[in-house]
Design a protein around this ligand. Structure first.
Ligand SMILES: [Zn+2]
Length: 461
């Protein structure tokens, strides 16, 4: 039984209503809804099932154990996809899946899938999970929490001898941090060309997938289709700081922002910095400076959560006494609405035309491969998660994910929902990543309740 059970009863039920922020955040009224009805039980009463909680201590221990694979001297985790640490960590996760009573297979893309059959073979599987690969010097919760909580949910149901009606599938996606390789393959959109790209481990994606036990020549076999999955759920740490700063327990994700990226080339003319008068220059860096400010102006010119960043810049020839002739820089725009991203980009392009004129330069935008479309979560799944949180006495907030996740791809083929827990200080992709043990258990219990509600036909009502 959950050691977190008693703690949960002490949790505030208050939600910070009234804090209407510029970020257009919404609050869910997470009142308890008596949804559980008697059906498809395996020797358990409704009230017994309602009381099932994850084993918080076991979850916490396993997070610490998994963090040993790739542990570095800075206190972080180096477990980039396809590395030795990733492969060994996955072996550990497979052993936990088996312990939880899941039948484990590796699909063609190297995704690990642990399945437990339900009582009704006609029903679609409820799929949940995340990834265990990290960025270099990453933290121990990003991805790992979603995977280990998913295993915990399956295991605790088994320990209570509770069988769901739907099959349950725990998924560990391959190479999330390198561009959601496993989930792209699962929706049938991992192009053969992507296999040649070199991953953080130094291996090509093709070699990496093979080393995980996949079959990169038969990627199509990993593809799943619309109508084959009841729902996809992912529990993750919030990679921002909204929950932590507002003291809210659970984030119900409204959607994952789209990311559009361009390489911007600003061509001017390199000339002597001492002999070229100011009015005769075609300074590519000066033009770029105007453009960077124009990006900021465009993005902040309208209400909403959109963000725009120039994060990388290269100046040529890069000498103190030469007028910059060429600048290559990045432009990234993120928002939940693809239309808004498009409109902002058009605004930036328009501004670039007048900068070209003013500075005698040429500005060209080249779209980058790493762009990803926005993904909305399913409103029914949002509601289900919010109700699950309410029944556990937790406060919840509807928010956006500014970071990409495998769920973004899964939304293309299944009703998708994401649960966020706060992270102390809002730090992520860092060895300083930290979430409180009670938050881990709360998130896992919300996942568990959401699975059970969906199993009882929540999405079919
Ligand atoms: Zn992640």
């Amino acid at each position: 039984m959950a050691s977190g059970g008693s703690k949960l009863s002490e949790i505030r039920q208050t939600s910070p209503l009234g804090q209407k922020e510029s970020l257009e955040l919404f609050l869910f009224v997470t009142g308890s809804v008596g949804f559980f009805q008697a059906h498809a039980l395996s020797g358990q009463t409704e009230s017994q099932i309602k009381k099932i909680r994850v084993n918080a201590a076991r979850l916490e221990t396993r997070i610490a154990e998994l963090a040993k694979f790739g542990k570095n001297t800075q206190g972080g985790v180096d477990r980039v996809a396809f590395s030795e640490a990733d492969i060994k960590g996955r072996g550990f996760v497979v052993s936990l899946m088996r312990e939880a009573g899941l039948a484990v297979r590796i699909d063609e893309a190297g995704n690990i899938i642990g399945r437990k059959e339900g009582t009704d073979s006609k029903l679609l599987p409820i799929v949940f999970g995340s990834h265990i690969d990290t960025v270099p010097n990453g933290g121990k919760y990003d991805g790992a929490l979603g995977v280990l909580a998913a295993i915990e949910c399956s295991q605790v149901l088994g320990e209570h001898r509770f069988l769901t009606s739907h099959p349950l599938e725990v998924v560990v996606f391959s190479d999330e941090e390198g561009g959601s390789v496993g989930s792209r393959a699962m929706i049938g959109e991992l192009a053969q060309e992507s296999l040649a790209s070199v991953s953080q481990s130094g291996k090509s994606v093709r070699e990496g997938i093979r080393d995980l036990g996949g079959d990169p020549e038969r990627l199509a076999g990993a593809a799943r289709h619309n109508g084959e999955i009841e729902a996809y759920l992912e529990l993750h740490i919030e990679q921002g700081c909204i929950l932590d700063s507002k003291h809210v327990d659970i984030g119900v994700v409204e959607g994952i922002v789209g990311i559009s990226r361009w390489e911007v080339r600003v061509e001017g003319f390199s000339n002597h910095a001492g002999t070229t008068p100011m009015n005769m220059r075609q300074d590519a860096l000066l033009a770029s400076s105007h453009l960077i400010i124009a990006v900021n102006r465009a993005v902040t010119s309208r209400p909403g959560n959109q963000v725009g960043t120039v994060g990388k810049i290269r100046v040529e020839p890069g000498a103190v006494d030469v007028i910059p002739g060429l600048v290559v820089m990045s432009l990234e725009l993120r928002d939940l609405s693809a239309d808004k991203i498009r409109a902002l980009f058009e605004l930036i392009q328009k501004e670039s035309r007048s900068i070209e004129e003013k500075t005698g330069t040429k500005i060209t935008f080249f779209p980058m491969d790493s762009s990803a479309g926005p993904a909305l979560t399913d409103p029914r799944v949002q509601k289900c998660i919010a109700e699950a949180a309410g029944e556990l006495g937790l406060s919840a907030l509807l928010l956006l994910s500014g970071a990409g996740h495998d769920a973004q791809n899964m939304a293309r083929i299944a009703p998708m929902g994401m649960i966020f827990i706060p992270r102390a200080g809002g730090i992520s992709h860092s060895s300083r990543e930290f979430s409180k043990p009670e938050d881990l258990a709360r998130g896992a219990n919300v996942l568990l309740k959401t699975i059970l509600k969906i199993d009882r036909g929540y999405l079919q009502r």
